[in-house]
Design a binder for this molecule. Structure first.
Ligand code: COA
Length: 389
């Protein structure tokens, strides 16, 4: 019998601040129905001046280390598409903030919003090679588009940390996977830009094409039939996208694609994304957290995942929920992380959005804003200075 490998623990963190879409709509004169119904978003997480992908990642991962210790963690995989350095992995800062052992490899992975799924699969490969090891996989992103652009309404920020190992307490990840790649310019961020460039409508079409491609490959590799799945977790750049994607999949396989069927299959997966916004690599795993935290009982049920990253790469894979999983969930902490956010008005959000560090190599301290466990204290000699509180 092959070893069971998967997600042993999962923890999320989000930002200090939140901007309701009502404030954005009031500022730019958009009918709120477009945000609440058209794209399915209520609010977006906004990082404080002293938060970034590292502080979010460390905040997500710290409770995992507190519960399980760091023994056996010999690899940390940090997935992001809002990288803070072209050379050094953001994971090395997290490794230091969490006090992980030096006998550890740490690496950063990138392929738009898909990166964390690559991280999860690579982690499974490492654990299969040496079942005594555990891998910490972290997805952390700040989604940032230009002010006054169509993408502005689909920003957000969050991190999800997952401990991957044998005999997982939460979710067994199954083989096979269905994979898909196509060279598409739907979303990208050249090295000289802080904000992403996106062709939103092209991106929706590319996502749907990738759903089809990944599912086709999954079935060609003897994957489960569609009716086996109790729920579907999609990457959610905005929650309405999950509905579009599942409708497309149902139509593709020739199943009924009415609203009720779709809501039943994925309704519970959108609860965190609709109030956090797009968290890029973390988005699909926020969907998983929301499903597990809210569903009545998924013991021994299969969940289908569709991970999409613009550019584009996608993967369809399945996970089976492990008996007793509910004792290991962090539902209360997840709600606390979301509910603790302080509401910004539009002007304060805009000011935070426009903040950048001067590139002069001088000392630049950040204002103390976050109440989270880790903060970015500033920049000194081009080096980011982090502190635990
Ligand atoms: N009430 C209800 N729905 C409304 C509405 C109203 N008053 N006004 C518009 N809508 C609907 C539209 O019909 C549309 O729904 P549909 O897609 O089901 O037809 C939806 O709201 C969005 O309207 P649209 O005109 O397409 O918005 P937009 O041009 O501002 O673009 C995005 C929306 C999501 C494409 C844009 O925010 C974007 O580029 N986001 C970033 C990229 C991204 O998220 N890509 C996804 C793949 S990773």
């Amino acid at each position: 019998m092959s070893t069971s490998i998967g997600i042993h623990d999962l923890s999320l963190a989000t930002t200090e601040f939140v901007l309701p879409h009502t404030a954005l709509a009031e500022y730019n004169g958009t009918d709120i129905g477009k945000y609440h119904v058209g794209i399915g978003q209520q609010s977006m997480s906004v990082p404080a001046a002293d938060e970034d992908i590292v502080t979010l990642a460390a905040a997500a991962a710290a409770p995992i280390i507190a519960r399980h210790g760091s023994d056996g963690i010999r690899t940390v995989i940090f997935a992001t598409e809002s990288s803070i350095d072209q050379a050094k992995s953001a994971g090395v800062y997290v490794h230091s903030l969490l006090g992980l052992p030096s006998a550890c490899r740490v690496v950063e992975l990138k392929q738009a919003c898909y990166g964390a799924t690559a991280g999860l699969q690579f982690a499974i490969g490492l654990v299969r090679r040496d079942p005594t090891q555990r891998v910490l996989v972290i997805a952390s992103d700040v989604s940032k588009y230009d002010l006054d652009s169509p993408g502005e309404a689909t920003q957000g920020a969050a991190a999800v940390a997952m401990l991957v190992g044998t005999d997982p307490a939460v979710l067994r990840i199954e083989e096979p996977s269905g994979v898909f790649t196509a060279d598409v310019m739907d979303f990208w961020r050249p090295n000289y830009r802080d904000t992403a460039l996106v062709d939103g409508h092209e991106s929706i079409a590319a996502y749907l094409q990738a759903v089809e491609g990944a599912w086709k490959d999954y079935t060609e590799h003897d994957g489960r039939p569609l009716e086996d799945f109790a729920a579907f977790v999609y990457h959610q750049p905005f929650t309405k996208m999950a509905y579009k994607a599942h409708r497309h999949l149902l139509d593709y396989v020739g199943f009924a694609s009415d609203k009720d069927t779709i809501s039943k299959a994925l309704g519970l997966t959108t609860a965190y994304n609709t109030v956090i916004g797009n968290s890029y690599t973390a988005s699909v795993y926020l969907g998983l957290a929301a499903l597990l935290d809210q569903a009545e009982d998924l013991t021994d049920r299969s969940i289908g995942f569709l991970s999409y990253g613009s550019g584009s790469v996608a993967e369809f894979f399945a996970g089976t929920v492990v008996p007793g999983y509910r004792e290991h969930l962090r539902t209360e902490a997840h709600h606390e992380s979301i509910d603790r956010r302080k509401t910004l008005d539009y002007a304060a959000y805009r000011e935070l959005h426009q903040r950048t560090f001067p590139a002069d190599g001088g000392d630049h301290l950040t204002p103390a804003q976050t109440s989270g466990p880790f903060r970015l204290a500033g920049l000194r000699g081009h080096k980011r200075i982090y502190e635990a509180r």
